[in-house]
Design a protein around this ligand. Structure first.
Ligand SMILES: [Zn+2]
Length: 76
């Protein structure tokens, strides 16, 4: 069965530029992420006024993260 309510995200490049997919209607104790994480709901923390956060990656569930176009990453 295909989960219809995935929320797909692309992490910024400094996070490895990985795609997360969270099944918000998952009935398991896990939220799957295409970043190879399968995290327990206890690892997903609700942020007040925000969405849910995948704690291992600090990626907010349900919010699209813009791709970092400055791939040279001059941190100055
Ligand atoms: Zn993750």
């Amino acid at each position: 069965m295909i989960e219809a309510d995935w929320t797909w995200w692309l992490a910024p490049e400094q996070r490895g530029k990985k795609v997360h997919a969270f099944g918000l209607k998952a009935e398991t104790p896990y939220l799957e992420a295409a970043c190879k994480h399968t995290v327990l709901r206890s690892r997903i923390e609700e942020n007040p006024g925000k969405q849910l956060w995948c704690l291992p990656c600090l990626i907010a569930v349900g919010e699209q993260i813009p791709e970092d176009h400055h791939r040279h990453g001059d941190a100055s």
